[in-house]
Design a protein around this ligand. Structure first.
Ligand SMILES: O=c1ccn([C@@H]2O[C@H](COP(=O)(O)O)[C@@H](O)[C@H]2O)c(=O)[nH]1
Length: 253
């Protein structure tokens, strides 16, 4: 958490650069290096998505090299959406932290606390899928709980409780539902939110910031993947996003 706070302040940025590499192997290795080098100045964090690496013959090696290329002061969140019983989750955690060298992960909390706890380690960030950006999320996440509120509200409350107990827990909340983002912020006023959905998925940046920023003007890591990967000038897109964010947020972090 300290690394993330320091980086957001140092870079004056809430931008998370998503790395979802597509293309043939030679192109992809070149493009990953280019995107990292061009956007590092503006990135508060990088988020490689595990699926885009595992779908390649030498994906784990490519992922390791990718993480090694990222400057050491910029947090890397491995988007693996891990979720299994604790005994198995422990192995995912070892993969993410010890093999890949990630500073954080995304976790699917559907199986409960014990699917999340193995990822909590000193200095690591665990972002729990809470209200995702995809269209059909409502069919699960808006389900009403007998004790009141929606399933997403319930997950946010668990994330809040776990954070108070063990620390290091953030939430994944999509930029595509600003009202839900505001609701999650009301439940978890202090935690960091990883917010995908700006760019290719059409999330509104201004609405996202209005709904999700903490009162100190921080607390959001706004992710963009395809819009940066596909850009002719990845650095320019990253810079523009950071400038837009900083014009829209009340105070610099
Ligand atoms: O709710 C979620 C959780 C994760 N993602 C991931 O974020 C990026 C978004 O990519 P874009 O190209 O900027 O749309 C991708 O890796 C998703 O798997 C998400 O979109 N929504």
């Amino acid at each position: 958490m300290e690394k993330l706070i320091q980086r957001t302040q140092h870079a004056n940025s809430l931008l998370c650069v998503g790395l979802d590499p597509v293309g043939d192997d030679a192109q992809v290795a070149r493009r990953l290096a280019e995107v990292i080098d061009q956007t590092s100045l503006y990135a508060a964090a990088f988020k490689p998505n595990l699926a885009f690496f595992l779908s390649r013959e030498n994906g784990v090696q490519l992922l390791k090299e990718t993480v090694q290329r990222i400057p050491k002061d910029i947090p890397v969140i491995l988007d693996g959406k891990f979720g299994d019983i604790a005994n198995t989750a422990d192995h995912y955690a070892r993969f993410a932290y010890d093999i890949i060298g990630a500073d954080g992960v995304t976790v699917n909390p559907y199986m409960g606390d014990d699917a999340v706890r193995p990822f909590v380690r000193e200095g690591k960030l665990v972002f729990v899928l809470t209200k995702t950006s995809n269209k059909s999320q409502y069919s699960m996440q808006d389900m009403a709980l007998t004790r009141g509120g929606s399933l997403a509200d319930g997950v946010a409350k668990v994330a809040c409780r776990l954070n108070a107990e063990i620390g290091g827990i953030g939430l994944v909340v999509g930029a595509t539902h600003p009202a839900a983002l505001a609701q999650m912020r009301a439940i978890c006023p202090q935690q960091w939110f990883l917010v995908p959905g700006v760019g290719a998925q059409g999330g509104d940046l201004a609405a996202t910031l209005r709904a999700g920023l903490r009162t100190d003007g921080a607390g959001l890591l706004i992710n963009t993947s395809r819009a940066i990967w596909q850009a002719a000038d990845a650095g320019a897109v990253a810079r523009e996003l950071v400038e837009q964010m900083n014009q829209l947020r009340p105070v610099a972090v």
